[in-house]
Design a protein around this ligand. Structure first.
Ligand SMILES: O=C(O)C(=O)C[C@H](O)[C@H](O)COP(=O)(O)O
Length: 206
């Protein structure tokens, strides 16, 4: 499996924070049924690894990956959870060394030309542009694409249903990451139909 295939499975990757384990399976089902095939589950909550296992069991055809992979502990947790892919908001030499020893597709993060160049020199062709809006948004990505057209991005951070099309219109963007379809109140109410409708709206963004 390649990171390109995973990132091209839908225009939007939902960045999920799981607070209650019982939400994991129905949430994954709702997102997938709404057309979002790749799910990034952040390792920000202690139950994230367990949640990933439940999500993969509920929707085996989805790509369930980990987010917030920032060090050896989160890397190890990703491997143990059986993550289909791993996403980092940035990169470190420690992480680069760890991912060289695994087959799990990895999407490292970059926000400046130097970070992009460093990751390119390690063979990465797909990067997370984070924090997208705060780091200069579509203007920054367009500028980076001038001298560095060989890199393709999944911008994430502050992107909404309204701004996603502006990113997807760029030639160096494969998909965007976002949290807007994960409405906290709807999740609290376990309104999975409404979440599915938000996911469908996101999956139809062009
Ligand atoms: O957890 C990580 O590893 C991250 O990189 C952070 C997430 O991508 C952002 O939290 C996205 O959140 P929004 O800004 O609401 O789209």
């Amino acid at each position: 499996m390649s990171i390109e295939k995973i990132l091209s499975s839908a225009p939007v990757v939902p960045v999920v924070v799981i607070d209650n384990l019982e939400d994991a399976a129905p949430l994954a089902r709702a997102l997938y049924n709404g057309g979002l095939k790749a799910l990034e589950i952040t390792l920000r909550t202690p139950i994230a690894a367990e949640a990933i296992k439940l999500m993969k069991a509920e929707v085996p055809e989805a790509y369930v990956g980990t987010g917030t992979v920032v060090d050896k502990a989160s890397f190890d947790a990703s491997v143990a959870a059986g993550a289909d892919f791993m996403v980092s908001p940035g990169v470190s030499d420690e992480l680069l060394a760890l991912v060289k020893g695994t087959d799990i597709p990895f999407l490292p993060g970059a926000a400046t030309p130097s970070e992009v160049m460093k990751l390119a020199s390690h063979g990465f062709k797909f990067l997370k542009f984070f924090p997208a809006e705060a780091a200069g948004g579509t203007a920054m990505l367009k500028s980076i694409g001038g001298p560095l057209p060989q890199l393709t991005f999944c911008p994430t951070g502050g992107i909404s249903l309204a701004t996603a099309p502006n990113y997807l219109a760029l030639s160096n963007v494969i998909c965007v990451g976002g949290t807007w379809m994960l409405d906290k109140q709807l999740i609290e109410n376990k309104d999975w139909q409404a979440i599915e409708a938000l996911a469908r709206q996101a999956s139809e963004v062009k």
